[in-house]
Ligand binder design. Structure first.
Ligand SMILES: Nc1nc2c(ncn2[C@@H]2O[C@H](COP(=O)(O)OP(=O)(O)OP(=O)(O)O)[C@@H](O)[C@H]2O)c(=O)[nH]1
Ligand SMILES: [Mg+2]
Length: 710
């Protein structure tokens, strides 16, 4: 009995894995491949901002996989670094998969070296091998495994290559509690340990158990040859380590190896110093560390962090020298990626390209959208004629189900979805190619003038797709102040839904010139509000520090999948709403119930904005989703037997679109803003936007009246 209990306590068949590494290395691609979920992927650093968990069952084991935000070090420079560090050493994780970008090996290995100091079971996943190999460079994986004495696997995550082998290695580690077969006397050459069959037999049919205390039982390899610093530093680190070891009863609960603690107190890591300050002996060790640090800084004439980093980099350089295999030593010409990079960041052509890109987004979206939308509309008209011929046009059921329900569906698909899909497609293309950080670089000066970092342009460009993920993306901003300003500005970007309203109304009936006019007003509002917020919010904006990754041929699989995920969201969330509201609208019409709401709103809509009475209720619907303003207006016009031109005059179209563009973010965006900041701020932003929309809308209306009366 006792034996059984012990077994139950000690063994489990769940393996907890965390993906850790620098930003933009492909962690989320691996995560999505493994779990089937859809974390944001793109070629710019800092997309994953919160820990995300997913699951899968593989070879008889249950895997919990955690995608961590990308970080550059395990120091305490940012909250993500502290949180990730604590998480990595916690008991919640069994194995770390350190994802490394093969094309940035040195910088990525700097992080690996820090992870190694944590002595957690670890697999090195060297990703983006396709890009490296395209440059005629390969890596010697056998040598890498010899050096790190841990599994080192090549990956091309976007193609799924090597992704599942990571799990096989993980099983190997936790079941046998050893680093790798290569280092345990078995014969790796003969045994293809990555073959699934081998595992199936061993694990699925007679499944081996996973030890519950993987971390303690794991035999972490001795890496002192690569992890040791130069003599002077090493002596001091070892002395501190021994002193910490002597207090292991106290330090054990923090899960950090004593050597890691020794290095961190030398580096003045605030979080770790707090741990030491709690006991008297700890304070003594801190004093000694201060003395050692001073000695080292005097000796080297540099700051301790620089001294330690250069020690690590010199070890890394030795390793990369050994493992990089330059296959063809031909004279390197400038690659296409480098040429594109040069052009897109050029002080003149860069801006020309930026304008063309933004213009291109719209041109593509609306050419495709208009074409498909036209076809769908024709189909609806054709089908309607048949339905009316059979059941009659004035039949209430026909009004309710066909005009309201089916009409709503066709309106949503032909009026909105056909634009949303191509829109997301180009946005994803921009994300995955690596264009966004270039835009951030170009826009840095403009963005600074409105008080934010150039990086803000990234959520703002994403905002053209949808404000909800864009406002969430503002988390990448360095400070709370910049995050708040970015959110306010991003929420004013005309999203795909708003654009369908503007183009469907003003674009279709008044021409593109007027669309540009509306755009100009919208962007001027963004600039002015940015400047005002910059003045009223205390603090300064930070300098642009943003890594720029090389351009890459976008991965179409990733792009199509992400476009699909986003469009699916629209289909699931907006379509049912539009259909239900379409039917509801017909009911309200039948009972003549729109009137009181519209009359109540008339001082604003009719008097101040000069709009027809019926627009009131649609502006309220628009808070739910912006496209509803137009879709429902069109539905109403349709059921009254009118066209939109008969409902709105040109000036009314302009005012109506402008108000839709500016007044209050949609409901989902308001919720996201509140989540990112607080409800007070979300309400402040919404009220400010309503005020601005009404002010400008009213000015245009009265301005027009004044001009025409002259
Ligand atoms: N060519 C190539 N591109 C890759 C590979 N793996 C990832 N990418 C691309 O690399 C970029 C970054 O991938 P992500 O998965 O978003 O990176 P991440 O590590 O999660 O980044 P953060 O969340 O910002 O820390 C995307 O544009 C991917 O399409 C690969 O094996 N080959
Ligand atoms: Mg990510």
């Amino acid at each position: 009995m006792k034996m059984n209990n012990e077994r139950e306590v000690k063994y489990k068949d769940t393996i907890n894995i965390a993906l850790a590494g620098n930003p933009n290395v492909g962690k989320s691609v691996i995560f999505n491949q493994l779990t089937g979920l859809s974390q944001t992927i793109g070629n710019w650093p800092g997309k994953t901002v919160e820990r995300m968990e997913g699951h899968l069952d593989f070879l008889g084991y249950h895997f919990n996989i955690v995608d961590l935000p990308g970080i550059y070090s395990l120091s305490t420079y940012s909250l993500e670094e502290i949180v990730s560090r604590e998480y990595i050493v916690s008991d919640e994780v069994d194995i770390i998969i350190n994802v490394i970008d093969a094309t940035n090996l040195e910088r990525n290995l700097f992080f690996t070296f820090q992870l190694l100091e944590l002595k957690v079971p670890m697999i090195l996943a060297i990703n983006q091998m396709d890009v490296l190999r395209r440059r005629n460079i390969d890596l010697d994986f056998e040598e890498l495994e010899k050096i790190f004495k841990l599994p080192v696997l090549p990956l091309v995550a976007v193609h799924g290559t090597g992704v599942h082998q990571l799990l096989e290695e993980a099983i190997e580690m936790v079941v046998y509690r050893r680093a790798h077969m290569h280092f345990n006397g078995s014969e790796p050459e003969e045994c293809d340990h990555h073959a699934h069959d081998y595992y199936r037999e061993e694990h699925v049919h007679g499944k081996a158990d996973v030890c519950n205390s993987i971390k303690e039982d794991f035999d972490f390899p001795d890496l002192s040859d690569i992890l040791s610093f130069g003599k002077e530093i090493e002596e001091k680190v070892q002395d501190l380590t021994q002193r910490i070891d002597a207090l292991s009863d106290y330090f054990a609960k923090y899960n950090y190896p004593s050597r890691f603690l020794a290095v961190k107190i030398l580096e003045r890591d605030e979080e770790i110093i707090k741990i030491f300050k709690e006991i008297k002996e700890g304070n003594d060790i801190l004093k000694l560390a201060d003395k050692y640090r001073e000695e080292l800084e005097d000796y080297h004439g540099e700051d301790i962090n620089t001294i330690i980093s250069s020690e690590i980099y010199s070890d890394i350089l030795k390793i990369t020298d050994k493992v990089m295999i330059q296959e063809v030593k031909e004279k390197r010409t400038r690659s296409i990626a480098e040429k594109i990079d040069h052009l897109t960041t050029h002080s003149f052509w860069g801006y020309v390209i930026l304008v063309l890109v933004i213009f291109g987004i719209y041109a593509f979206t609306f050419t495709v959208g208009d074409f498909l939308g036209g076809m769908i509309n024709e189909l609806y008209v054709h089908l309607s004629d048949r339905i009316y011929a059979i059941y009659g046009e004035d039949n209430s059921w026909v009004n309710l189900l066909w005009d309201g329900g089916v009409g709503g569906f066709f309106g949503a698909v032909g009026g909105v979805l056909v634009y949303v899909i191509p829109f997301f497609l180009v946005i994803e293309l921009l994300q995955d190619s690596g264009y966004l950080p270039r835009a951030a670089f170009l826009m840095d000066r403009v963005m600074h003038s409105i008080g934010v970092h150039g990086k803000t342009i990234i959520p703002m460009i994403l905002g053209f797709g949808c404000n909800v993920p864009a406002c969430a993306g503002c988390r990448i901003m360095e400070t709370e102040r910049e995050k708040k300003i970015s959110i306010a500005l991003t929420s004013l970007i005309p999203c795909a839904a708003v654009m369908t309203v503007v183009l469907g109304l003003v674009g279709r009936y008044l021409g593109l010139g007027w669309v540009l006019f509306l755009f100009m007003i919208n962007f001027s509002v963004i600039l002015i509000i940015g400047r005002i917020l910059n003045k009223v919010m205390p603090g300064e904006s930070t300098e642009l520090i943003m890594e720029m990754h090389e351009f890459r041929v976008p991965n179409y699989g990733v792009i199509f999948k992400q476009t699909w995920v986003r469009s699916k969201e629209f289909v699931y969330k907006a379509l049912p709403l539009i259909i239900v509201l379409g039917i509801f609208l017909e009911i309200l019409l039948i009972f003549n119930a729109l009137e009181p709401i519209n009359v109540f709103l008339s001082p604003i809509t009719v008097f101040w904005l000069g709009l027809p009475l019926i627009t009131g209720v649609f502006l309220i619907y628009g808070i739910l989703r912006k496209e509803l303003t137009l879709v429902l207006l069109a539905l109403l016009a349709n059921s009254l037997g009118l066209t939109l031109v008969e409902v709105l005059t040109p000036i009314q179209m302009i005012v109506f679109c402008l108000v839709t563009m500016l007044y209050v973010p949609c409901f989902a965006t308001i919720v996201i803003i509140a989540k990112q900041t607080n409800w007070k701020y979300a309400i402040q932003i919404s009220s400010m936007e309503i005020a601005v929309a009404l002010l400008i809308g009213g000015l245009i209306h009265f301005g027009y009246m004044f001009l025409t009366s002259m």
